[in-house]
Design a protein around this ligand. Structure first.
Ligand SMILES: Cc1cc2nc3c(=O)[nH]c(=O)nc-3n(C[C@H](O)[C@H](O)[C@H](O)COP(=O)(O)O)c2cc1C
Length: 395
């Protein structure tokens, strides 16, 4: 996704930088870590080497660094520069242009968007020198995140704690992400539905809603107005997204019909039940009543129904969860339903599909052309899906 340099300095929050590397990599970013000498005394560079899969730069005058003038080489390579945690010392050096180690020398050579996540004791954070340094860097276009209030290593409850790793990664990516969905309305469906047999029992499936939630999140971050129509899930809804909770396929159908007509893009990533009991028993059916037969009838084909009313310019994407690579089924679905594309995801693999953070998607476009988005985290696939849809639309 992007080449990211992570600068790590010697705050006690240094261990949280490990999580930041992991989260960038989950999103498909290539990460190179630069540590100050003091940070390398707190945590071994080997940890970051293993997590990033790349050599870690600490010494400016090491044989390796000197041979390729590594601080310049990294500056040419990177698309984003994040410093987390940033000490008061590093912030001060950046402000005054001091370049006496690898990280500060690299900072002067870097032209990539820069995000700084400070972490320090609250008294240090409020010190006049730090306040002024932060203001100067902000004026020069450097972005900051945090610090937040929290329980600090010194035992005080104060402002000074490093922002959450996820928030740092998110904010960093907004510095380079295209806002190509600004002014667009996106509707996403996610999660399973429940079809009740009686008042307490239902038929459902293991969908967690994660794929749809990631699409909603990705679209919102690219500037879209997002409505997320979700079946019952355990996951945290993305911020700044209009959330419509539903339970049954019928409720899902009504919500989609209410929101789809005015949207620009519809992504149907929910896993609604294809069947529902013909009759719902009143109360809680007792075992004493003995065996009984359940007649299941097909539920409404939501995608087909809304696609029939699709207006010119709208893009509708259906999802097909298949066992194995059932390209034929997906192609048939595309024709049957009259949508622009089907995202075919294989739910048979242990590490893809339902309840997994990973997925593997192939897009089948109207006309039958297949486009592999590959196997990646659901966040990364959501970004790739939006890229593919917008690219196609741009043509
Ligand atoms: C255990 C320990 C924790 C520290 N935590 C912080 C911190 O959270 N923030 C900070 O600005 N300085 C902190 N310091 C002080 C810095 O490490 C010190 O200012 C150092 O010179 C900064 O070097 P660097 O910016 O090159 O990493 C800490 C020092 C020690 C020994």
């Amino acid at each position: 996704m992007a080449n990211v340099t992570l600068g790590v300095s010697s705050s006690i929050a240094v261990y949280k930088a490990c999580e930041i590397v992991r989260r960038f990599r989950e999103r498909g970013c290539e990460v190179r870590v630069i540590m100050t000498g003091n940070a390398a005394r707190l945590v071994s560079p080997v940890v970051f080497e293993a997590l990033s899969g790349n050599p870690v730069a600490v010494e400016l005058f090491s044989e390796r660094s000197a041979r390729s003038i590594e601080h310049i080489e990294i500056a040419k390579w990177e698309e984003l520069f994040v410093v987390a945690p940033a000490t008061a010392n590093v912030i001060g050096k950046f402000t005054s242009g001091v370049a006496d180690d690898f990280l500060t020398t690299h900072y002067l050579a870097s032209t990539a968007p820069c995000l700084i996540a400070p972490a320090m004791n609250g008294r240090m954070w409020r010190a006049a020198a730090v306040r002024e340094n932060v203001a100067i860097l902000e004026n020069r276009g450097v972005a900051f995140i945090g610090p937040k209030r929290g329980s600090l290593a010194c035992g005080e409850e104060d402002v000074g704690a490093l922002a959450d790793p996820e928030a740092i990664v998110e904010k960093a990516l907004t510095l380079i992400r295209p806002m190509d969905l600004t002014g667009k309305s996106v509707v996403v469906t996610a999660g399973p539905t429940r079809e009740y047999l009686d008042q307490v029992r239902f038929i459902s499936n293991p969908s967690t809603g994660r794929m749809g939630y990631r699409i909603a999140e990705a679209a919102q971050r690219r500037g879209a107005e997002v409505t997320l129509i979700s079946g019952p899930t355990e996951i945290e809804p993305p911020a700044r997204v209009r959330l419509v909770m539903v339970e049954t396929t019928d409720e899902l159908s009504r919500a989609v019909k209410a929101h789809a007509p005015k949207c620009d893009y519809l992504f149907m990533a929910a896993a609604p039940s294809d069947f529902a009991p013909e009759k719902i028993s009143a109360g809680k059916r007792s075992r004493k009543e003995g065996a009984f037969s359940l007649k299941l009838v097909p539920t409404a084909d939501i995608l087909k129904d809304v696609a029939a009313k699709k207006k010119k310019g709208q893009v509708f994407c259906g999802f097909a969860a298949e066992i194995g690579n059932h390209m034929q089924n997906a192609k048939r679905k595309l024709g049957d339903k009259g949508v622009d594309l089907i995202a075919l995801n294989d739910v048979s693999g242990e590490d893809s599909g339902f309840a997994s953070e990973q997925n593997e998607i192939t897009l089948i476009w109207a006309g039958g052309k297949a486009e592999k988005l590959g196997k990646a985290s659901k966040s990364e696939l959501a970004a790739r899906l939006l890229d593919a849809v917008l690219k196609k639309r741009g043509k």
